[in-house]
Design a protein around this ligand. Sequence first.
Ligand code: URA
Length: 227
Amino acid sequence: MSSEIQLSLFDESSSNPTELIPTDGKIPIPAGTYTHMSELAQHCNQCQRCELGQTRTHAVVGRGNLNAEIMIVGEAPGQNEDETGLPFVGRSGQLLEKILASVKLTTEDDVYIANINKCRPPNNRVPTPSEMAACLPYLLEQIRLVDPKIILLTGATALKGLTGEKQAITKIRGQWIEWEGRLCMPIFHPSYLLRNPSKEKGSPKWLMWQDIQAVRAKYDEIKQSLS
Ligand code: URA
């Protein structure tokens, strides 16, 4: 290596991560851009790939075990998440934690949680297709870094945002689908369960109980095959 090239490694601008963030959401962020989640989080907090960057307090990247075998993908941050910078910490998040705990899954050991969109849409509206597309490369990098065996997609927006499949969640929930060689299961979004509190047989909460037990069984099977 020439001494000039070696010296250029000291160049501040060439290692400035903000330089790598395309401000146009259509410009790709290639796989392998990030070596650690903290770099990705730094980018997200400076990102202006879509207009949601202008109104966020914090980008909400993820929480949980960075080596988890299960990843949960939500839609987008709400007010609590925007304020804290952590996904699923409001009422939906509390319910999600209870659902996980019911089959002895924890974010310390088993689960990593992220969202399709890292920034809160105003008034908690559904993110637009172009906002989802602008943010998708970050999620793809998160999936590559965590490398989960199972991905749970909470609600139709998460399913559409990741896989592009447009399906009613009531039709597809509980079914294992393969996406990019990974096992995915669409499940109800916890906010839907908050709006439908019945636990009667066949109700959304009852169906979630069936789904999370199926997830636990698949997780045990995978862990056994890895050991
Ligand atoms: N709903 C989501 O989809 N994600 C969050 O982080 C919080 C609520």
